[in-house]
Design a binder for this molecule. Structure first.
Ligand code: ZN
Length: 238
């Protein structure tokens, strides 16, 4: 398995290059470009969200625990004494950090379920759905958001897959072939739910044809071709 920094850098590099390409072709505006690169990078961290030792989830839980504890204290600051407030602060933090986090990690032992292609497809498609129907973003941007999130997650699974192959490329480690996961028999009920949910999302997804048409339109790509090489190289070639 690749580590946190490899995933962060890998997902950032891939979504940065792809985002810049689409942006240069004029298919995304400035903010859309930044959001796509950010989403691609986040996507690269998502599949490891379930593992107890994962850095982002630990950090996220610590921050959430602090915010929760401060929220409690701020809510009761005028009614309670200082001593009671300190006790409340500690209890609130401890509850989030040790009770909620424990329940969360015990619920997510099904690593194969979150660390899989269908789960990430649901997240990507779900984001497109929310972006288009709830936030009312343009169709083009909504599809790009979902695709970048999903793409980042695929970079993650691919990196895990590559790292499970020995560097010599000859011998496979035992973990090989488990990263890029579509189905696992021991989690068949989970996968049944995942694929049912995915089918529902595909059915209710925003229209894909207009997005695809615009992506296939040769005009933006012709524009990109013109702007691809630095001028001095173009002069050398002509
Ligand atoms: Zn992973």
């Amino acid at each position: 398995m690749a580590n946190f920094n490899t995933h962060l850098n890998g997902a950032f590099a891939v979504s940065g290059i792809l985002g810049l390409t689409v942006y240069k072709a004029g298919l995304l505006n400035d903010s859309g470009f930044l959001i796509c690169v950010a989403l691609g990078t986040i996507g690269g961290l998502l599949p490891d969200l379930d593992s107890d030792n994962s850095t982002p989830i630990k950090l996220g839980f610590n921050i959430a625990s602090f915010i929760f504890a401060f929220g409690l204290v701020m809510h009761w600051r005028s009614e309670l004494s200082l001593l009671a407030l300190i006790a409340l602060w500690l209890a609130g933090y401890g509850f989030m950090r040790y009770v909620v986090f424990q329940v969360f990690t015990s619920m997510t032992v099904h690593r194969g379920v979150i660390h899989s292609v269908p789960y990430m497809a649901i997240l990507g498609l779900g984001l497109t759905y929310l972006s288009y129907y709830a936030v009312h973003n343009p169709l083009m941007a909504s599809w790009f958001y979902g695709l970048f999130l999903f793409g980042g997650a695929m970079v993650h699974l691919l990196l895990d897959e590559m790292y499970s192959v020995n560097l010599s490329g000859m011998t496979m480690k035992r973990s090989s072939g488990t990263a890029m996961k579509f189905y696992q028999h021991k989690d068949r009920w989970w996968y049944l739910i995942l694929y049912a949910l995915l089918a529902l999302l595909v059915f209710a997804a925003p229209p894909f044809a207009p997005f695809w048409e615009q992506l296939r339109d040769p005009a933006p790509w012709a524009k990109l071709k013109v702007g691809m090489l630095p001028t001095f190289i173009k002069n050398l070639l002509s």
